[in-house]
Design a protein around this ligand. Structure first.
Ligand code: GLN
Length: 253
């Protein structure tokens, strides 16, 4: 009897060890064969809801291609931007959301190599007198909740910061006169300029001394996914796929 029990125990241990190995190396996702990518599909051109009602955009196309090359079936989960970091490793395997690599976020997650440069832009109503950091003092500033835009807005002395779940709601409130300006990343600002036309102007964050930011794909701390994603990103840059996606979604060529 004793022998049988120890044999059984040894078997269980072997399975447990094997399962453990699977997690720390190849099978790096929560569900085998599947890569769940979280995003906030309200940040064009990186992520938005397409005409078919499904998430689309540069980041979505990028993670689908990365997943495919790594042999995963990719599932996109659309959620609030502010919930993404906490969901990594529990509800989602990775986050791809025009997410700036910051020291604060790096305390909870690991980032793959940066894949895009960005800076915060300031959107104002046409003709409004906001030109530099000094002019932001005491203003009502719209931004997207939980973003680096919100952090930058908070740095403006005496400003009232108005965070929104969706950036487009902030821009609507700007046009309606409820906020004086909106601080958001460069590329979405350019998309809003196209959509809102002459009503608004966009100003390069360099005029406000905003820092250059870099976007990265976030994964659980210590995850094998980071190295896998980095390798795939390099391949996609080398074979021209990355540039093609950039042309299609960002440069609009
Ligand atoms: N790049 C900004 C950040 O990481 C905004 C991202 C977003 O709104 N999707 O905070």
């Amino acid at each position: 009897m004793k022998k049988i029990i120890s044999a059984l125990l040894a078997g269980t241990l072997a399975v447990a060890v094997l399962a453990g190995c699977g997690k720390s190396s190849g099978g790096a996702t929560m569900t085998e064969g599947k890569l769940i990518a979280g995003t906030n599909a309200a940040f064009p051109p990186f992520e938005y809801i397409g005409d078919d009602g499904q998430p689309d955009g540069f980041d979505i196309a990028l993670i689908k291609e990365i997943g495919k090359r790594l042999g995963y079936e990719v599932e996109i989960q659309d959620m609030e931007f502010g919930s993404l970091v906490a969901a990594i490793g529990s509800k989602i395997d990775v986050a791809i959301a025009g997410m700036t690599i910051t020291d604060e976020r790096k305390q909870s997650v690991d980032f793959a190599e940066p894949y895009y440069d960005a800076t915060q832009y300031v959107i104002i109503n046409a003709g409004a007198d906001i030109k530099n950091a000094e002019d932001l003092k005491g203003k009502a500033i719209g931004c997207q909740l939980g973003t680096t835009g919100e952090t930058v807005a908070q740095d403006a002395e005496g400003a009232s910061v108005n965070p929104y779940d969706k950036a487009v709601d902030a821009v609507n409130d700007l046009v309606n006169g409820r906020v004086d300006c909106v601080i958001i990343d460069k590329n979405p600002a350019e998309v809003f300029k196209n959509n809102f036309g002459d009503k608004i102007e966009i100003i390069d964050g360099a005029q406000f001394d905003f820092e250059i930011e870099q976007y990265g794909i976030a994964a659980p701390k210590g995850s094998q996914l980071v190295a896998d994603i980095n390798k795939t990103l390099e391949e996609m840059k080398a074979d021209g796929t990355f540039a093609e996606l950039e042309k299609k979604y960002i440069l609009g060529e």
